[in-house]
Design a binder for this molecule. Structure first.
Ligand code: HEC
Ligand code: HEC
Length: 159
């Protein structure tokens, strides 16, 4: 093969690889699903969302979504906490860059199907506007908050 042909072949192969690597990402971007204040799309508050939404082939993934971050915040008297915020930070105590910010919906749940770079471990924080702020003192490299909170440690609570 001539040198130019080789270069073209190489570029073309590279282009194909790049396109296929992007397609799953773009699929998710096309149909973004994320909890918002005032919305009411979710369910099963307090349960470990990942036990369904992070299981390959599960109906929850096919019909709902693959949540990269999910969980529930409770309020007073075991009620759920609407209008709360959850953030993932690069450094402890809400310092450094903010990696992701989500709102809880009317079920007290938060979730997103957007791809997140957890940077090898980030520091969660939860708060209500003008109210209580709570930070997780140790980093977590993932988003399955209800896999520990409400199971092996306390529920996420703001009051
Ligand atoms: C026992 C399995 C199971 C658990 C646990 C579960 N889900 Fe689901 N979820 C499903 C299934 C199945 C669907 C799709 C069918 C439907 O909408 O009910 C779904 C759908 C959804 C939808 C609707 C998405 C859309 O396209 O409208 C949201 C939002 C959602 N789940 C959020 C959550 C959150 C947040 C949690 C954790 C607090 C959670 N789910 C826990 C099984 C589960
Ligand atoms: C591997 C288990 C685990 C996971 C997963 C986890 N946490 Fe934690 N979290 C802990 C432990 C242990 C503590 C410290 C004990 C406590 O305060 O409950 C804690 C503490 C916290 C606190 C402080 C609570 C308080 O009362 O001061 C917040 C806020 C928090 N986590 C948020 C989150 C969020 C949001 C997620 C999901 C992005 C998450 N955590 C995922 C184990 C976990």
């Amino acid at each position: 093969m001539k040198r130019l042909d080789l270069i073209l072949l190489f570029s073309f192969t590279w282009l194909l690889i790049s396109i296929s690597a992007c397609s799953h990402y773009e699929e998710l971007q096309k149909d973004p699903k994320e909890s918002k204040w005032g919305e009411d799309e979710s369910h099963n508050e307090g349960e470990n969302c990942s036990s369904c939404h992070n299981v390959n082939g599960h109906e929850a993934v096919r019909e709902g979504g693959w949540w990269t971050v999910s969980g529930t915040i409770f309020g007073k008297d075991d009620d759920v906490q609407k209008n709360a915020v959850i953030e993932l930070w690069e450094q402890p105590n809400r310092r450094g860059k903010i990696i992701k910010r989500l709102e809880t919906d009317d079920e007290g749940n938060f979730y997103t199907n957007q791809i997140i770079n957890f940077m090898g471990g980030c520091y969660p924080a939860i708060y209500t506007l003008g109210g209580q702020v709570k930070v997780m003192p140790v980093p977590y490299n993932g988003g399955s908050c209800n896999s520990c909170h409400g199971v092996s440690t306390s529920k996420l609570e703001l009051r």
